[in-house]
Design a protein around this ligand. Structure first.
Ligand code: HAM
Length: 428
């Protein structure tokens, strides 16, 4: 006999249950509305891609590619990975579909799950969700960077995420950054003995990432290191300065953070991150930046690019913790029918109410009056609609508001009209 066992969601994955799922939908809807008002359109992408796409774009030496990808061999022996992020896929799709021939900048957004095998903790999951946006085209005008940041701030404001900080930086281009990295490497070699093992390793693999270190004992050392702002070429310096002017023009508050280097290799010039209060160590709710060489690196025409991804799990946690979550419309009407004779009227009225956009629960079996109202209450219905035999005969129904037990007797037309205007009024 096979042993019975219970299955559980795999470590680092989770189910998003009602009523939380309503908040997720609400947040995603807000993102769609805001992004579309900035003329972004949705792109739906595959969840898995060739492993090499990520290795080449994100960088083989990054933590994401080196340690965190879910990679497997397909049945034809090709190597496939679950996407750890979606910028690489957007760029792949941009090239594959010849989107460089489209007029103006190509502005795309996506919503969906990403996969990274990180150590799970609050705000960090192995399957997590991102809402991202990317702009691809011929222009790298700082106004594009600023518009993308404005769009982000507008969404966060709409979602009631008030306590956020936007940090910005410029990490230079392929002309000036390598020179800075070399200067940094030389300085780091001088203090190598005082650094932890991770940073020591990064002196060789990726010195910029040392700036990301959170180790308390490394902080005083990092503060004395040369800063990229003193090593940007004239064009990058001007780009960054114009971006800051643009942000001021748009009234967007930001902080400059010279240590904001980001963990993915494709970035050039502008990098940014949004952090929210109350999330503990995993407080980055959004990250992004420019990636002007990426399309070319992946075999396309020279193209500029910039974008960001919001971590939905963290954004939603932050909305909930800040007590700003909107009240979600719940069940509107519980149809209390009590005998076979009243069932046809109950079915008909339930359908009509639903057609008006009202959430209706119609019990599948006849229930006694008291039990029926008890269940309506437990389900959090706003109204119980009582359909007894008298009501069916007379054609007037009793509508009971459960919060204060106020009752109204209404015929079918008045009932529909009343509930519809109520729904509009309550936003339910
Ligand atoms: P990222 O900084 O790796 O950037 O991720 C963006 C956001 O995703 C983070 O700020 C965080 O909120 C969320 N996130 C990342 N890992 C996890 C996790 N394990 N659990 C929960 N949330 C997580 C990117 O992915 C880039 N593709 C962003 C971008 C778009 N850059 C340019 N365009």
């Amino acid at each position: 006999m096979t042993e019975k066992r219970q299955f559980r969601a795999i470590k680092g994955t989770r189910d998003i249950l009602p009523p939380d799922s309503s908040l997720w939908n609400w947040f995603e809807r807000a993102a769609r509305e805001v992004f579309e008002s900035y003329n972004f359109r949705e792109i739906r992408l595959p969840i898995f891609e060739e492993t090499d796409l990520f290795a080449r774009s994100i960088g083989a030496d990054t933590d994401v590619v080196g340690k965190e990808m879910y990679t497997f061999e397909d049945r034809d022996e090709s190597s496939i990975s679950l996407r750890p992020e979606a910028t690489a896929s957007v760029v792949r799709a941009y090239i594959e579909h010849g989107m460089h021939t489209l007029p103006g900048n190509v502005k795309l957004y996506y919503i969906g799950p990403m996969f990274r095998r990180e150590r799970p903790q609050k705000g960090r999951y192995r399957q997590f969700y991102q809402i991202g946006a990317e702009v691809l085209g011929q222009s790298d005008a700082p106004a594009i960077d600023a518009e993308v940041l404005e769009m982000l701030v507008v969404l966060f404001k709409r979602a009631g995420l008030a306590l956020i900080t936007l940090s910005v930086n410029s990490i230079g281009c392929k002309q000036c950054r390598p020179k800075y990295v070399e200067v940094l490497r030389q300085e780091l070699l001088k203090v190598k003995d005082k650094l932890g093992a991770d940073s020591q390793r990064r002196i060789e693999t990726n010195p910029l990432r040392v700036l990301d270190s959170k180790l308390p004992e490394e902080q005083p050392i990092i503060e004395t290191l040369p800063r990229i702002s003193d090593h940007l070429c004239a064009a990058c310096r001007q780009h960054f300065s114009e971006l800051k002017d643009e942000l001021n023009l748009r009234g967007i508050a930001y902080e400059e953070n010279w240590r904001l280097v980001r963990g993915l290799d494709y970035y050039t010039r502008t990098t940014f991150e949004v952090t929210a209060e109350g999330l503990g160590s995993q407080n980055a709710v959004c990250g992004g930046g420019r990636y002007d060489g990426l399309v070319e690196l992946l075999g396309g025409h020279p193209t500029k690019g910039i974008g960001f991804a919001i971590g939905s799990d963290r954004a939603i946690l932050s909305i909930q913790e800040g007590g700003q979550a909107p009240k979600m419309p719940g069940l509107g009407v519980f149809v209390a029918w009590m005998s076979a004779a009243t069932y046809p009227a109950a079915v008909r009225i339930a359908r009509k109410l639903r057609e008006c956009g009202i959430a209706v629960e119609l019990p599948p079996e006849a229930m006694k009056f008291k039990k029926s109202l008890g269940l309506a209450d437990k389900l959090g219905a706003r109204y119980a609609l009582i359909i007894g035999e008298d009501e069916v005969t007379s054609g007037t129904y009793t509508l009971k508001r459960l919060a204060d037990a106020e009752q109204k007797k209404l015929n079918e037309n008045d009932l529909l009209e009343y509930l519809e205007s109520e729904r509009r009024g309550s936003g339910a």
